[in-house]
Design a protein around this ligand. Structure first.
Ligand SMILES: NC(=O)c1ccc[n+]([C@@H]2O[C@H](COP(=O)([O-])OP(=O)(O)OC[C@H]3O[C@@H](n4cnc5c(N)ncnc54)[C@H](OP(=O)(O)O)[C@@H]3O)[C@@H](O)[C@H]2O)c1
Length: 345
């Protein structure tokens, strides 16, 4: 930051969920965004550190509303976000939304996949889908950024290079595993220790809410007229954080392993947070960082491309990507205030 340059006053709404708490942790030391407000419904009036001792010395109290911030990170459930975000924008603020409330371009998908009519459909045309590595040029002008979901981030970073370059047929399978924090901090039976520990299962087969989002973003990239076919199967695994996505697609005729490797090198060779790796990635490699590891392999016998990706759902899949997008909105280095090294073990 240049000397004398104004820091941008920033808020987190709400700071009591998993995504919100991670935003607080990163924004506490951001050199350009000054965290001045954090809201809560349940904990309004309490100090942040009395609720989250892990946040150490943060000198903020949860308030009911945003009043002074120019930039607002919204970490609410999607339907609550669809109501609040238009108000924030009308007040002249810029918004980075972590929810699904503004990710889908087609408003008719909301009743079907989310169970409500979208109350601010006109903003769906304006919102920039914030898959940071693929949206860099659009972010500086954005007023509203819709950050991708955690599964979509893993699937799209894995498959976007191949589909964009026409290396695979538009028929893809995404088999993904998530830790329990992907469901947020609210309680539900499936998330009880005694239900989830030492258990693994698929869920949402043929009907998970992230399917239309992944479909929208992959179909928009494929250079062929043929409609994209997508099968997405998520699984819950007994770990706190992490997403591992194994993606499959059939190679287009004549595409070699060398072409695949070169395409991925061109897509991510200079990326600060996407690392191409030479062995299958582990979710443990990503813990606590904004990194996404990508491992593309051609299976010669089946002529399939298999791409494995791994990320921390609460960081590259949520709060970290949100800050990466905000950095790009303000013309900053995209890694400002973000961890490029993980926690190990
Ligand atoms: N968890 C992930 O891995 C992940 C990844 C990508 C995107 N996301 C998305 O990011 C958003 C936040 O996710 P999260 O995991 O942080 O969820 P969470 O842990 O369940 O937290 C949700 C937050 O919203 C508040 N809240 C809940 N219901 C509300 C309502 N009806 N009106 C106003 N506030 C309400 C809660 O706090 P109060 O009770 O204090 O209001 C809490 O701060 C969600 O839209 C989620 O889909 C999550």
């Amino acid at each position: 930051m240049r000397q004398g340059q104004r820091r941008i006053p920033a808020a987190v709404v709400n700071g009591t969920g998993y995504g919100g708490v991670e935003l607080l942790r990163f924004l506490a030391h951001h050199p350009f965004f000054e965290l001045i407000e954090v809201t809560a419904r349940s904990e309004a009036g309490k100090t942040v550190t009395s609720v989250f001792p892990s946040l150490g010395t943060m000198d903020l109290t949860f308030t009911a509303e945003v009043e002074r911030s120019e930039l607002v990170f919204v970490a609410l459930p999607d339907q609550a976000a669809t109501i609040l975000v238009p108000e924030l924008l009308a007040d002249g603020r810029r918004v980075v939304d972590l929810s699904a409330g503004f990710r889908l371009h087609d408003p008719s998908l909301y009743p079907r996949w989310y169970g409500y009519e979208h109350p601010a459909a006109v903003l769906l045309e304006e919102a920039i889908y914030g898959l940071a590595e693929w949206a860099r040029s659009q972010l500086p002008a954005a007023r509203l950024v819709a950050c991708p979901g955690c599964y979509p981030t893993a699937a799209l970073l894995a498959l976007a290079p191949a589909l964009t370059a026409g290396l695979v047929l538009p028929d893809v399978i995404v088999d993904a595993k998530s830790g329990l924090s992907g469901a947020g901090r609210k309680l539900s039976i499936d998330m009880h220790y005694s239900e989830a520990n030492e258990d693994t299962s698929a869920y949402g087969i043929g009907g998970h809410r992230h399917s239309p989002e992944i479909h929208q973003e992959l179909a928009g990239r494929a250079p062929v007229e043929e409609p994209l076919r997508l099968t997405f199967t998520p699984h819950l695994v007994p770990m706190t954080r992490g997403i591992l996505a194994t993606c499959y697609a059939t190679l287009a005729p004549g595409v070699s392993a060398e072409t695949v490797n070169e395409t991925y090198r061109q897509a991510y060779g200079d990326a600060l947070f996407v690392r191409l790796c030479s062995s299958p990635p582990h979710t443990k490699w990503t813990l606590g960082s904004n990194l996404c590891f990508i491992y593309p392999v051609v299976e010669a016998e089946s002529r399939r491309l298999i791409v494995v990706s791994a990320l921390d759902n609460l960081i590259k899949g949520a709060s970290g990507q949100a800050i990466q997008c905000a950095n790009l909105m303000y013309g900053l280095a995209e890694d400002l205030g973000l961890p490029r090294e993980g926690v190990y073990p």
